[in-house]
Ligand binder design. Structure first.
Ligand code: C5P
Length: 193
């Protein structure tokens, strides 16, 4: 049985960095599921059709990292048929030996509810806005508004809203260095293995 690490949390919480580090540490595959929604949002046209025909190459487009792509992603991510169309790909990915790390919004709650490790990574709004602004070379005040709008949409949608799974370990990275956050995440996984 492959080992699954499910990581969820709001935008710029540090979940992507932690997911990559865990995958490298344990030799697992890693999927940033936000890229699936970003690629669908960026395609334009009918988002359900885009989700059904998504290809691997769609995910490596550099423009998918922008704030605009994030907003477009969170709009189409509220459509149940879009989410359903992306389910099989995520399940196949999660089934790879020796294990997989998936990060997103609904991994522990919907995609892999049986995962032996669930992390909910969070940080204060201010810290997240500063991190994202530094990453994209953007204004932190604008970033704060952008993140808050996107988080609200992700939390309030009816299908697969952003929330910690009941059995998730919550990791608040507001006052942690990247090294410390990764060390804590590794310790959580070690305890479950
Ligand atoms: O993680 P990232 O910021 O790249 O995600 C972009 C958007 O995609 C999120 O704001 C959310 O609306 C959507 N998403 C989702 N479910 C996931 C991953 C991302 O709804 N598992």
């Amino acid at each position: 049985m492959p080992f699954i690490i499910a990581i969820d949390g709001p935008a710029a919480s540090g979940k992507g960095t932690i997911a990559r580090a865990l995958a490298a540490h344990f030799g697992f595959h890693h999927l940033d599921t936000g890229l699936l929604y970003r690629a669908v949002g960026a395609k334009g046209g009918d988002p359900v059709a885009a989700a059904r025909t998504l290809e691997k190459t769609d995910l490596s487009r550099p423009d998918l990292r922008s704030a605009e792509a994030g907003q477009a992603a969170s709009r189409i991510a509220a459509i149940p048929e879009v989410r359903a169309a992306l389910l099989a790909f995520q399940h196949r990915f999660a089934g790879q030996e020796p294990g997989a790390v998936l990060d997103g919004r609904d991994i522990g709650t919907v995609i892999c509810p049986g995962a032996p490790v669930k992390l909910y990574v969070t940080a204060s709004d201010q810290v997240r806005a500063q991190r994202r602004a530094a990453e994209l070379g953007a204004d932190p005040v604008l970033m704060l508004a952008e993140l808050q709008e996107r988080d609200r949409r992700d939390r309030e949608r009816a299908t697969a809203p952003l929330r910690p799974a009941e059995d998730a370990v919550v990791l608040d990275t507001s006052n942690l260095t990247i090294t410390d956050a990764i060390a804590r995440a590794v310790a959580v996984v070690d305890r479950a293995r």
